[in-house]
Design a protein around this ligand. Structure first.
Ligand SMILES: Cc1ncc(C[n+]2csc(CCOP(=O)(O)OP(=O)(O)O)c2C)c(N)n1
Length: 626
């Protein structure tokens, strides 16, 4: 495919003068370019295909970057990137040194707000609109939010605030009736009724019923209905919040999008435009299966995504999903909860086999945690499958609702450590630090797939709060035993006896630690637990070695290495220590292995850090013998 019109656009100003015919041609070209480009790099596809016309219309009607567009989640911002000078940079999307898959303020002046975690756009846009008013600057601020992202509490906190703010703010609800999987919940039903016109009909029926029970008023109501619709038909939820509701309109029809946006541009106060789009629009395979094409790896556009993945190692996610099904089979109190991440968290099979015990609560991490707490209060065994990065959203719920009350909720923390292409917003870099400082929780870090299964089992049998954190992808390829056996809590496992140096590995970096340990003839320990720590073993290792090296894929600050140091200090035991982990900066996007190597956490990285530290140490009698 060729892109004659698209190639003339280096800046949105280049498309402001386009007529409707040219805008339509541009939409075709942009769609073609997106399919070609994402099929080569991987990334988000369905959501971007669904916002092609909206992106073009916004940059055509509004004076960006002077006017601000905030993309919620930002996974649908590729079209925006392409129209704002990053068409060629798309070739290196989500790779080390390349552009991000999400809007980033440091990347472009058109990226007004960094997003990736959902449901922040209305708050940020409101802040911008209030700031513009305070500074006396005339500009439009637009938040684009999906119906999935609209299910989060934060979006409603912002609506609640914005509706009475009297600032010029436009919220565009991009309603495609999908989150990553099917959108869920009451808001979803409400939007469906708005789109089908049912909200109006049923509200009128309810009002008629009410009024006809008062005979004379019923007659009166019929007479005035045409003139005073508002009297019998309650306005939309969004109007109740204080917004002017416009829509629903077809979000793929430039003939209605462009004039509607132009009209709205002239209106004052908070505006709410409801557009209806289709996820995957224009690429038949994605239209048919928007879930499969939500986030893709490289694929051949003419063929589509290959049906079955090549047989490889089992991922940690899959180990979790299988374990949950087996556990649910054994214990009818076990329930599984996900905040809108059925596929990513490995719950597809569980949802199909245990539909009554599966809860997709929408993009609502805070609610998910407290909902689990409530279930636990009544003797259920809730398992919350949640990405490490998304649990950050629910930190107070974790402390206040689960841990203070010591409720037996099991947290299955997927995507811990460095996740790769999604980058800084999605790395699970902080969980060991943010979990281990709270009382009552057991924190486990499986080094391999089988250990993951056994730790999940250990967690659920404890009857107190527990977390098992595991990384994206697969591990060493260790066979998973069907039989489940609880591990001794707080006990590490010495994997290799060596001299002088002891490497204490937390989680999947055990493999690199063992390889480095082999080379160094070091002791290597699979620590297994961050909390409680194996204090006795740690003290003993400190006495018998010159150097303790801790290795983790969490921040060094407050992480597992810090836990070891604190344990030794508490025991009055001195030791020379080297902490290896993630550096005190936000790690960018890129290949997972590359990023780990960059952080010095590969076999070679560990080796060179240890050798450098050893070279600084005074020679001890033990070392001289060795
Ligand atoms: C706080 C948070 N939880 C979960 C996610 C993962 N996530 C990314 S996109 C998405 C679905 C968003 O649905 P919607 O807003 O309707 O946009 P669409 O993809 O349908 O265009 C989810 C759940 C996230 N980015 N942020």
């Amino acid at each position: 495919m060729t892109y004659p019109l698209l190639e003339t656009i280096h800046d949105p100003a280049d498309l402001r003068g386009f007529d409707r015919r040219q805008l339509k041609q541009l939409a075709d070209e942009l769609r073609g370019f997106l399919i070609e480009s994402v099929s080569k790099t991987g990334g988000h596809l369905s959501s971007n295909l669904g916002t092609v016309e909206l992106t073009i219309a916004l940059h055509h009607v509004f004076n960006t970057p002077e006017d601000r567009i905030v993309w919620d989640v930002g996974h649908q911002s590729y079209g925006h990137k392409i129209l704002t000078g990053r068409r060629e940079a798309m070739a290196r999307l989500r790779t080390l040194g390349g552009i991000s898959g999400f809007p980033r303020r440091s990347e472009s002046v058109y990226d007004t707000f960094g997003t990736a975690h959902s449901s922040t756009s209305i708050s940020a846009a409101l802040g911008m609109a209030v700031a513009a008013r305070a500074k006396g600057e005339q500009r439009h601020v637009v938040a684009v939010i999906g119906d999935g992202a609209m299910s989060a509490g934060m979006a409603f906190e912002a609506m609640n605030n914005a509706g009475v703010s009297d600032v010029d703010l436009l919220v565009i609800l991009n309603d495609n009736d999908m989150s990553i999987s099917q959108a869920v919940g009451g808001m979803n039903r409400y939007l469906a009724r708005l789109v089908s016109g049912q909200a109006y009909v049923s509200a009128r029926k309810a009002a008629e019923k009410l009024l006809s029970s008062i005979p004379r008023l019923g007659e009166l109501a019929k007479k005035v209905e045409v003139h005073a619709k508002g009297m019998v038909v309650p306005s939309t939820l969004f109007e109740q919040f204080g917004f002017n509701y416009i829509g629903p309109i077809d979000g793929h029809d430039l003939d209605s999008l462009v004039p509607t946006l132009k009209n709205i541009r002239e209106l004052k106060g908070p505006q709410f435009l409801h557009i209806v789009t289709r996820k995957g629009q224009g690429y038949k395979l994605a239209e048919a299966d928007p879930i499969l094409y939500h986030g893709v790896s490289r694929f051949e556009p003419a063929v589509g995504i290959a049906e079955s993945k090549p047989a490889g190692k089992t991922s940690f996610t899959q180990v979790f999903g299988d374990w949950l099904c087996d556990m649910a089979q054994q214990d009818s109190r076990v329930v599984g909860i996900t905040p809108a991440m059925r596929e990513g968290s490995g719950l597809v099979r569980f949802a199909a086999e245990f539909p009554d015990r599966y809860f997709d609560v929408g993009i609502a991490e805070q609610h998910a945690v407290t909902f689990a707490a409530g279930l636990a209060c009544e003797g259920m065994k809730p398992v919350l499958a949640i990405y490490s990065t998304f649990l950050q959203r629910a930190y107070d719920q974790l402390i206040h609702d689960v841990l203070i009350q010591n409720l037996p909720v099991l947290f299955a923390l997927d995507r811990s450590g460095l996740v790769g292409a999604d980058g800084a917003t999605h790395h699970g870099a902080f969980d060991l630090s943010y979990l281990r400082c709270i009382p009552n929780i057991t924190v486990m870090v499986p080094a391999d797939e089988n250990e993951c299964r056994q730790m999940l089992y250990t967690g659920i049998t404890l009857d107190t709060p527990a977390a098992v954190r595991y990384p994206r992808g697969s591990g060493m390829g260790v066979a998973v035993q069907q039989e489940m056996a609880a591990l001794a809590v707080g006990k590490a496992e010495v994997r290799r006896e060596g001299r002088r140096v002891a490497i204490l590995a937390f989680g999947p970096l055990l493999k690199a630690a063992l390889e480095a340990g082999e080379e160094l003839n070091a002791t290597v320990v699979n620590m297994r637990f961050v909390k409680p720590m194996d204090d006795a073993l740690v003290a003993q290792l400190a006495r018998s070695h010159d150097l303790l090296v801790t290795v983790e894929d969490n921040m060094i600050e407050g992480g597992a290495g810090s836990a070891v140091a604190e344990s030794l200090t508490a025991q009055g035991q001195e030791a020379r220590m080297l902490h290896l982990g993630l550096p005190d900066r936000f790690v960018d996007h890129g290949d997972q292995g590359q990023l780990l190597a960059q952080a010095g956490l590969s076999r070679d990285g560990i080796l060179s850090s240890v050798r450098a530290r050893l070279a600084e140490l005074p020679q001890t009698p033990a070392a001289r013998v060795a």
